[in-house]
Design a protein around this ligand. Structure first.
Ligand code: 13P
Length: 268
């Protein structure tokens, strides 16, 4: 099991102007300071345009807030119109990159092989991947959930010797289990189901890379209403939040309630 701090990652997707992003960071920093929820790992994945203004303000924040990209290209530079490289992200002090989000896979045709190439690029650049995997509703209903997740993981993590190199510091990554049907739908698997899948993911990684495990996050319709139930589960190392992360107050509430649930499970 991972002993990392509970992680709360805000994926803003294609939302927020620069001014809106700056205001959010100011508000969240203040709310975290007031509530004392500083023993969590809080990360924001803004749109690329807001990174340049958020990055310096994160340095002045009184609480620790990390910066993630939502995507990256695997080449260092070249004729790739509309893309961004790891070097450009590092210019902003970006430490994390979300890779293989289902919206990238389904809307932009990103394959498991491309996810693997992106992981290699991010590792070579010394950044930390937040690798997303998840099954569709059809796959779930056909009983294919684990075989889909296993395939996504196996291809993403690679199989050769050089790939063991790739995964050398896998405990510093995050894996996010995001069932596609739960994203933005208000539907979720039960915390028990998620815990079972997280255990399978951890066993899969342990069988290849030993017990140095990354935190496994859950994502998909996380809200103030369900966060405590998810975070009570020991195998849920944190959450990746979309819609409910767009307002500082609601994202902060999720962090506070989630940390409360972690503390209550630790007192047993
Ligand atoms: P929602 O929280 O809006 O369901 O989005 C989840 C997600 O896709 C986070 O990456």
């Amino acid at each position: 099991m991972s002993r990392s701090k509970p992680c709360f990652v805000a994926n803003w997707k294609m939302h927020k102007t620069i001014d809106e992003s700056d205001a959010f960071i100011r508000d969240l920093d203040q709310l975290l300071l007031e509530s004392g929820d500083i023993h969590s790992r809080v990360i924001i994945a803004p749109p690329f345009t807001a990174m340049a203004s958020i990055a310096p303000s994160l340095k002045w924040c009184k609480t620790e807030i990390g910066l993630s990209a939502q995507n990256v290209h695997f080449e260092e530079k070249g004729a790739y119109t509309g893309e961004i490289s790891t070097g450009m992200l590092r210019d902003f002090g970006c430490a994390y990159v979300i890779i293989g989000h289902s919206e990238r896979r389904n809307l932009f045709g990103e394959s498991n092989e491309e996810v693997h190439q992106k992981l290699q690029a991010v590792r070579q650049a010394g950044m930390r991947p937040i690798l997303c995997i998840g099954e569709s509703l059809e796959e779930r209903q056909s009983g294919l959930t684990w075989s889909i997740l296993e395939k996504q993981l196996s291809i993403a993590l690679g199989e050769g010797d050089s790939d063991d190199n790739l995964c050398e510091n896998i405990s510093e990554w995050m894996i996010a289990y995001e069932p596609v049907w739960a994203i933005g739908s208000g539907l979720t698997p039960t915390p028990d189901e998620v815990a079972g899948i997280h255990q399978q993911i951890q066993e899969f990684i342990a069988s290849r890379f030993g017990n140095n495990l990354p935190p496994v996050l859950y994502g998909g319709s996380v809200s103030e209403k369900n966060i405590a139930d998810f975070m009570k589960e020991v195998s849920i190392g944190g959450v990746l939040v979309g819609g409910a992360s767009l307002a500082a107050e609601s994202f902060h509430k999720i962090i506070s309630l989630g940390m409360g649930a972690v503390k209550s499970r630790q007192s047993f």
